[in-house]
Design a protein around this ligand. Structure first.
Ligand SMILES: NC(=O)c1ccc[n+]([C@@H]2O[C@H](COP(=O)([O-])OP(=O)(O)OC[C@H]3O[C@@H](n4cnc5c(N)ncnc54)[C@H](OP(=O)(O)O)[C@@H]3O)[C@@H](O)[C@H]2O)c1
Length: 287
């Protein structure tokens, strides 16, 4: 199956589905159907993608597509598979893919039982909205797994987008997904806490965002260039427990809700540097 004889149905076109649909369509992989449980959502997504007939989940015509791409939320994949696979008796010669980083391709089993090749392709990227995805999905790294024929289609798409693929084992997908989770939404959450502390220190919101952009980009660059140990800076790295103790006391007074996370991060940091934390650091002072 190549570019010339593919026709794609995208099911569950949210942030990733719309972005990927628009990119694939632009690269000459025709989006034939855009499928959503609400007709208005399907129409809106087809407009963004710039192609595709907008239909509902029970529309039989979508089963004419040669590739079915499920970009719906992970929790919906099994039920959508069960429903859509029932639209035709025989799926031989067709490919079905999903884009979840944590669910294995086997969640698409109802299609496979009827003859389809199944697989998954997951971008190691963050897509907060469809327009951002159109910008940042090019050139990124994708984890793929599943049947040979399905992986071949996934690789062909990623190549067209200037990206790189690697084979992920189905059994390790939860860990793989957690690896993205602990550096992406968690980082946004930490940055939000950092902005709160800056605001309490008298810094304006716009200045705080600018400051974070600089320090976060530099931190990421240093990690990639030097590795974890040599990229670490700050009091815990220097064994300056007095400063850490002051942090703890002030955080306990002003924003006690972030103290448990702060404590766990310092413990992980100390383990990385091979230093042990003095017992009294996280103990409440008796006043
Ligand atoms: N966004 C990212 O950064 C990112 C990155 C890598 C991988 N992914 C993966 O891509 C997939 C989609 O993520 P997303 O962030 O694009 O999600 P999203 O923007 O929330 O979109 C999810 C889509 O799934 C549809 N949906 C949910 N439940 C459904 C159901 N029962 N039946 C039919 N449609 C249903 C939603 O339709 P309604 O509008 O009707 O609710 C929506 O269009 C997930 O597997 C996710 O793990 C996302």
């Amino acid at each position: 199956m190549n570019v010339n004889n593919q026709s794609i149905a995208i099911i569950g076109p949210g942030r990733l589905g719309q972005a990927l649909g628009k990119l694939l369509n632009g690269e000459g992989f025709p989006i034939a159907f855009v499928v959503a449980r609400r007709q208005a959502a399907a129409r809106r997504a087809a407009r963004f993608i710039g192609a595709g007939v907008a239909v509902g989940l029970s529309a039989r015509e979508m089963a004419e597509a040669s590739v079915i791409l499920l970009t719906a939320s992970d929790a919906a994949l099994a039920s959508i598979s069960g429903q859509v696979a029932g639209l035709r008796k025989d799926w031989h010669g067709r490919v079905v893919l999903h884009t979840s980083g944590s669910a294995p391709a086997s969640v698409l089993q109802p299609f496979k039982r009827r003859g389809a090749a199944i697989g998954s392709l997951h971008p190691f990227q963050t897509i907060p909205n469809p327009a951002a995805g159109v910008r940042n999905l090019r050139g990124c790294v994708w984890g793929i797994e599943g049947d040979l024929k399905a992986c071949r289609v996934a690789r062909q798409w990623v190549r067209a987008l200037g990206g790189v693929t690697f084979q992920i084992r189905a059994g390790t997908k939860t860990l793989y997904h957690a690896s993205a989770f602990i550096v992406c939404p968690t980082l946004v959450t930490l940055m939000n806490q950092s902005v709160k502390l800056l605001r309490r220190s008298g810094v304006s919101e716009s200045m705080a965002r600018r400051m974070l952009a600089g320090i976060m980009a530099e931190t990421a660059n240093n990690f990639v260039r030097f590795g974890a140990r040599r990229a670490l800076t700050g009091p815990a790295t220097r064994g300056d427990w007095v400063t850490i103790h002051h942090h703890v006391a002030e955080l306990r007074r002003v924003v006690p809700e972030i103290l448990p996370a702060y404590g766990e991060l310092v413990r992980l940091m100390a383990a990385l540097t091979g230093r042990s934390i003095p017992d009294e650091i996280f103990r409440k002072s008796k006043t």
